[in-house]
Write a new protein. Sequence first.
Lengths: 269, 269
Amino acid sequence: MDKRPIGVFDSGLGGLTAVRELMRILPGEDIIYFGDTGRVPYGGRSRETIMKYAREDIAFLRSFDIKYVLAACGTVSTNGLGEIKAENNIPVRGVAGAAVRAAVRATRNNRIALIGTAASIRSGTYDRKILDLRPDCELYKKACPLFVPLVENGRIEKDDQVLRLVAEEYLAPLRDAGCDTMILGCTHYPIIADTIRDIMGEGVTLIDAGAAAAREMAEDLAETGSINTEGGEHRYFVSDSADGFRETAEMFLGSGLKGEVRRISISGE
Amino acid sequence: MDKRPIGVFDSGLGGLTAVRELMRILPGEDIIYFGDTGRVPYGGRSRETIMKYAREDIAFLRSFDIKYVLAACGTVSTNGLGEIKAENNIPVRGVAGAAVRAAVRATRNNRIALIGTAASIRSGTYDRKILDLRPDCELYKKACPLFVPLVENGRIEKDDQVLRLVAEEYLAPLRDAGCDTMILGCTHYPIIADTIRDIMGEGVTLIDAGAAAAREMAEDLAETGSINTEGGEHRYFVSDSADGFRETAEMFLGSGLKGEVRRISISGE
């Protein structure tokens, strides 16, 4: 048993959808969460800026004695995470690999749809990972840059007309391409899964990238005998005001938030 | 004549709508522009974070020997700019005061509409400024948090269905209140003025806060004999990649961009 906590970070609060899965399958783990709410969103920024921010986020998490880092941010996972892994002497996992493995297991017609931020789609990371694993699969992809601002502004209800119009515009080409599996490549997207499912149709399997990564992390910890069954303490840190964090966080966690919430300064002061 | 340059900053590129007016009325001034594209948008962040970022932005501009700072950001102008002015020994001007003066001059029925970011509306700055100047005016205000992401994603055409739907939702209550004057309290908004005018009706005067502030700055410089008529050099700095800056900047400037564009690091490294 390794009692050190798990570190999880995201640009904002989307990564809490991965924490939700971690809490379900690893209830005895201590978790340190950092949401970079002072600099959210990452998805429209350059690779260089994304990597700079990710390094700062991990450095903060590692100011605690953690055993594992989950980059619960689709944008970071697809922009230079390989380099960042090599810089760290503890495991750092992104969400892309686990999402691709889950998608190729799920597809029956080998047509996989991918939605993510502009930076994630531009990176080509998913294309390479699918090609490595299953060159017979076709990837249909679409950047959805307005989904994060919509979710961050609470426009998440199925009957929200703006969300509906934007989602129809983004998703119709993927639906019309006949994809039977869709990777939600940004940890904000599970919050609007109902709307996505409505447009894509019931027959399409939605892959929650954050949850898939959380499950693979649990397998890693099990293999090395590192699962903690005696903790369960959760601490949350953000880089903008902590006011209102609890209410918004509970939307992502799907349950009440237990544990300390604190604001920290992230930008090298 | 004071040949030192004018410094202008914004969270992103919206402040270029103020630069556009400065270039028109003060063609001989040298201008240093900083757009904090690595941390845009500011409008959903806390007052404390907005002030921290504004102080860093001004410190960067003041690493040049400038004579005047234009905070061409509606969010900064309404969140703690008074304190920041007191910390600086050169003039620092926001956009709110000039916009209010232009609006009370323009209104005939004393009903003024204000649109801005969530932080601008929450601040109550406009309410206080209008009350000081014209207690008989009524202010009808509406936070428009999706306008900045829409503009930043290039959704600016009059026939863009998403922009139209969002604008109709935000603006209909202001139109129905019978306002005859509307303050565009965020420097991104002049880019979508055509859509706003379509919804509000031709009879409503739109006040471009950035342009109004640029004109008052020109008056200040004229009063003190500080107008430079011999320069005209413009330099642009951003905190994310400078790739693609030129194309986007030209949309805000309404003309070709002349001058150097460079990326700098803003967060206290």
